[in-house]
Design a protein around this ligand. Structure first.
Ligand code: S3P
Length: 438
């Protein structure tokens, strides 16, 4: 049990750790490039460590020092000379799904294991299109879905034209990595823009990639060239907890430095501004990824409507948006949130369970559009709802649920508790020391 005491009048400047999605991609793409890459800062967390451990087993020399500098000695497009390797992605879906695209084109066989929540997450979304590219990949079949572990054998790949059934950056990235080895062009069509970190990173490493409207077209390469030095901005998803904290606390002001502000990632900012949030973007810089300082001030929030097409740009921020919506005047409605059911936990369920405990009216319902089933969430907010305190929350061992509830509890008036917070180490081990320092 972890106890959370209320906060108020927070006036601080903070820095949150490096972006998780970019860290995974930087390590993976540096490994298959020519030259040494010095990456700073690399996110130190369970998920990003899982990626490094897999790369090491595949014969890549990686060294992460105490200052957060990661050095990767690229080995070129083909990794290990071993015949077979056994890898574990732990609980990192990004490690498993993205690396699989690369492993399908290697000259060795892989057994790709996972742990806990990841064992129950669907893999058909990557195995189906990778098989269309000629890959020899299969997961454990249960009913009509595939799950980890994945078994991958060497195969010759060919380019395909593929329309993603759901907007997923992990699926898109797996296919883009496979396309580097595939004969002919690979065209990926996105129903809505998901995070484009892989495209940006591959372009930085001189891959042949172009965007045409909703499509990304990629071709085989002879080699990728390392830029040698790479700076990773702070993670917008980690910053989002402190953005919302600054808005819902009274008399507060938080400045968060060097946050990645890639438009495909920061949909939450657009929604919060619509809700009346006082947010300033200061000192924006352009690099392969844009980044900026974000200043947030206590605000009176009002409800909003969030459309399905906005969800991919804020897919990991729905739990913290639900917290903001609980403090807003009126009913906030979010459409197209079905993907939340297949994250580390069913986040629709975890939100319903916890928000109901503090007296927020939350309703989740299924609906059908163009023959496809999806989910919507409605949250009836009330700026004064959270007076009673002494609540016991449940994280369901999900890092983003846990951090969102700690923010909610910090804006309460009495001490609350949460059952399990170890899960936070998955993405943001510095979260607890940082919030305690406030
Ligand atoms: C990620 C993509 C998203 C996101 C996940 C990280 C990535 O998953 O939820 O936390 O780094 O590509 P989906 O691709 O399943 O939407």
């Amino acid at each position: 049990m972890y106890k959370i005491r209320p906060l108020n009048k927070v006036k601080r400047q903070i820095v949150v750790p490096a972006d998780k999605s970019i860290s995974h991609r930087a390590a993976i793409i540096s490994s298959i490039s020519k030259g040494k890459t010095h990456i700073k800062p690399y996110l130190v967390s369970e998920d990003t460590q899982a990626t490094l451990d897999c790369l090491k087993i595949c014969g890549v020399r990686v060294n992460l020092n105490k200052e957060g500098l990661l050095t990767v000695e690229g080995v070129g497009l083909y990794l290990s000379r071993k015949k077979r390797v056994t890898l574990s992605a732990g609980e990192s879906g990004t490690t498993l799904r993205i690396l699989s695209g690369l492993l399908c084109a290697q000259k060795f066989s892989t057994r790709f294991n996972s742990a806990n929540s990841l064992e129950k997450r669907p893999m058909g979304r990557i195995t189906v299109p990778l098989k269309l590219m000629g890959a020899d990949i299969k997961g454990k079949c249960v009913k009509s879905e595939e799950y980890p572990p994945l078994k991958i054998n060497p195969a010759k790949l060919k380019g395909i034209r593929y329309r993603l059934p759901i907007p997923s950056a992990q699926v898109k990235s797996a296919l883009l990595l496979a396309s580097l080895y595939a004969k002919g062009e690979t065209q990926i069509i996105e129903p809505a823009a998901s995070r484009d970190h892989t495209e940006r990173m591959l372009s930085l490493f001189k891959a042949k990639l172009k965007r045409q409207g909703k499509s990304i077209i990629s071709s085989r390469v002879k080699m990728l060239i390392s830029p040698n030095e790479l700076f990773i901005p702070s993670d917008f998803s980690s910053a989002s907890f402190f953005i919302v904290l600054g808005l819902i606390l009274k008399n507060s002001e938080i400045l968060i430095k060097n946050v990645n502000i890639n438009p495909t990632r920061c949909g939450l900012l657009r929604v919060l501004i619509r809700m009346g949030a006082k947010i300033e973007i200061i000192n924006k810089k352009d690099y392969y990824e844009p980044y900026t300082d974000i200043l947030v001030k206590s605000s009176s929030l009002r409800a909003t409507e969030v459309e399905k097409k906005e969800i991919p740009s804020m897919i990991d921020e729905i739990p913290i948006l639900a917290v903001a919506a609980s403090f807003a005047k009126g009913k906030t409605r979010l459409k197209g949130v079905g993907e939340l059911k297949v994250k580390e936990t069913d986040r629709i369920n975890s939100l319903r369970y916890n928000l109901t405990k503090v007296g927020v009216e939350i309703c989740a319902y299924k609906y059908k559009k163009q023959g496809r089933e999806d989910w919507a969430l409605e949250i009836k907010g009330n700026p004064c709802f959270y007076k009673k305190g002494r609540v016991e929350f449940r994280s369901f061992s999900d890092h983003r649920t846990a951090m969102s509830l700690i923010i909610l509890a910090a804006a309460g008036e009495r001490e609350s508790k949460i059952d399990e917070i170890q899960c936070i180490n998955k993405s943001f081990p510095e979260f607890i020391p940082l919030i305690e320092s406030l």
